[in-house]
Design a protein around this ligand. Structure first.
Ligand code: 16G
Length: 240
């Protein structure tokens, strides 16, 4: 129901109504929404109001538009907490999703000055460069590149990084991963990132850079990740 005499704006009421249908599962990811005109007629409201509600829901990630085709229900975003220092594999498993990797690069390269600076090793020292597409239930979520000192973490193989790096470092090498600092920025996908992530060039992405440290303060990894902004959101709890 839309209440025209309510102090709550009509576009907002319509947004809540559509969100409710999505949450109940009456509207499922991929479903087309009825045209704006239909909503306008059904609730006796203006098409402008319907458009505003649709636009807000597109911006919030509930809906997406396709040129010439209409407006559709988007896949639900994965909500990632920012408190715990967790691995991708752990994050997906804790949600009941199947973690997967597609290995794009696995090489030992000489560290450039930037990587050497982050890892506190000598310039040109050997580092693993590991690029993986990270999948959840076989859907690409992120493109992730790790730089790890080859003198610190020994014996890495393609088989190991096709599963979980953190599981190997903690479970096999018995090292304690202790802390990390991380930045998150908005960006847009380049052509190659778009190809890897199954999105279009110019689509929004989140750039994440993480520096992770072992218990004794040794830098463990420098990680650069490109996350799909249509499938991921980050959540942090705060207390005052
Ligand atoms: C996460 C971490 C990354 C870490 C990886 C290990 C972010 C932004 N990055 O993707 O730093 O290397 O997990 O995952 O969260 P794995 O143990 O599944 O290989």
């Amino acid at each position: 129901m839309i209440y025209k005499n309510s102090p709550i704006p009509i576009y907002y009421q319509l947004e809540e109504l559509i969100k409710g249908l999505i949450e109940k599962g009456d509207l499922k990811p991929g479903d087309a929404l009825p045209p704006e005109r239909e909503y306008a007629e059904k609730y006796q409201i203006s098409r402008m109001t319907v458009r505003q509600a649709f636009t807000d829901l597109v911006n919030e990630g509930y809906l997406f538009r396709q040129q010439g085709k209409g407006t559709f229900v988007a896949e639900r975003k994965i909500e990632q907490g920012l408190q715990g220092l967790t691995s991708f594999t752990e994050d997906m498993k804790s949600r009941g999703l199947k973690p997967g990797n597609k290995l794009i690069k696995f090489e030992i390269i000489p560290a450039d000055s930037q990587i050497a600076g982050h890892l506190k090793i000598a310039e040109y020292g050997p580092v693993y460069e590991i690029s993986r597409i990270r999948l959840a239930d076989d859907v690409p979520m992120a493109l992730e590149t790790n730089y790890i000192s080859a003198n610190l973490i020994k014996g890495l193989t393609e088989g190991i990084v096709n599963k979980s790096l953190y599981a190997y470092i903690e479970g096999q090498l018995n090292l304690r991963i202790d802390s990390a600092s991380q930045t998150i920025e908005s960006s847009i996908a380049s052509q190659s990132e778009a190809n890897f992530l199954n999105i279009s060039k110019g689509d929004p992405v989140l750039l994440i850079q993480r520096n992770t440290y072992l218990l004794d303060g040794t830098p463990l990894e420098l990680v650069k990740s490109v996350y799909r902004a249509d499938r991921y959101k980050f959540m942090i709890k705060m207390k005052r």
